[in-house]
Design a protein around this ligand. Sequence first.
Ligand code: FMN
Length: 417
Amino acid sequence: MKRVDDFRLRFGNNEYVPIMVGGMGVDISTSELALETARLGGIGHISDAMVEDVSDRRFDTSFVKDKTKLYKFNINNSDKSVVQFDLERLAEAQRLHIGKTMEAKKGPGLIFVNCMEKLTMNGPRETLRTRLNAALDAGIDGITLSAGLHFGSFALMADHPRFREAKLGIIVSSVRALQIFLRKNAKLDRLPDFIIVEGPLAGGHLGFGMDWAEYDLMTITKELLAYLKNENLDIPLIAAGGIFTGSDAVSFLEAGAAGVQVATRFTITNECGLPAKVKQEYIRATEDDIIVNGVSPTGYPMRMLKNTPAIGAGIRPGCESYGYLLDATGNCAYINSYNREVAAHPELKVVSVMDKTCLCTHMRNFNCWTCGHYTYRLKDTTHKKADGEYQLLSAEHVFKDYQFSVDNQIALPEKEV
Ligand SMILES: Cc1cc2nc3c(=O)[nH]c(=O)nc-3n(C[C@H](O)[C@H](O)[C@H](O)COP(=O)(O)O)c2cc1C
């Protein structure tokens, strides 16, 4: 019976344990988690979501405070178009977060950064260009383009000296999305180094509509493998979304995937950025506690725990401090929903907004508990302690369980005394 460790993910002449730990913004896939993954020979991800805030927390910089001060005058204005990112400062935060992570890297693995296109930041092209190029400046091993179709993203970094050296890949959920990406980038003469196929059971935003349950990762993986073969494209395909055991992973590797990307099982590790109390919420969750809804202003469905504080909270939009989801015209769907509720209930001090959420503020405060479909199985991966809390795991334990387990078994950690 095969185990994940019988396979290797190859980039050129280099080989890796075929396990990627997926990017989880905002700072849920921390630098520590990515560093552990790389130390163990796999591929870890950090995320550049809300990087200025992440930098402030990690390095005591004051990007957010300074931005808030600059745009304080606009807080009660529903037109947010003046709230622009200073590209120099954005690049500085990006270089700090990524550069410090890369400096600390040890071991045979790699560290990639997850860059979501849906972070349109009131200037989609320029802010993305800045993020991508600063990531390459800072020595990142690779970039995973996510949450968007990224038709123009390769071109935004084509002049960077590391454009052909760093590993660049994209997350897709269908053959069609990949076809269009390849067609749009054909003139750059630079193929992606890897493709992640993410199915409908993943955490975070889903690349499907609300009919997500009609899709299945293995079917889409096989369609993509057939497409790549047909086109004579030798690009490693990494399967993601709902791969919960080493044996699940092996089934994808045997089908021809070059690796797997996993995330949910790492949400309850010590290295994960979620607060300890939130990790307990994830472990306690039952299948009924998990929903896919449309509250994200991005327009993509998102999976989360039903009791997440982000649902219904009518907080004032935090765009002067954050503003990561402002579109090219300075708008965000949450602003419209919030203003509608305020206008409808002038007597209330605090309104409730059910259809959208202020994703920046809630992700920043770890109050949007996004999770993968199999979060309800996390309780089977650890011990319940005498006080009713669950024992957290080390990233090494989870990584090695994926790497070495057979027969759908899940290794429990040594009991804490
Ligand atoms: C808490 C959480 C946050 C996530 N955030 C992001 C993100 O910011 N960007 C992204 O591309 N994917 C995100 N994902 C998706 C993962 O990177 C990964 O592809 C997917 O969850 C793998 O499936 P699994 O969680 O069932 O193992 C997130 C997943 C989780 C569980």
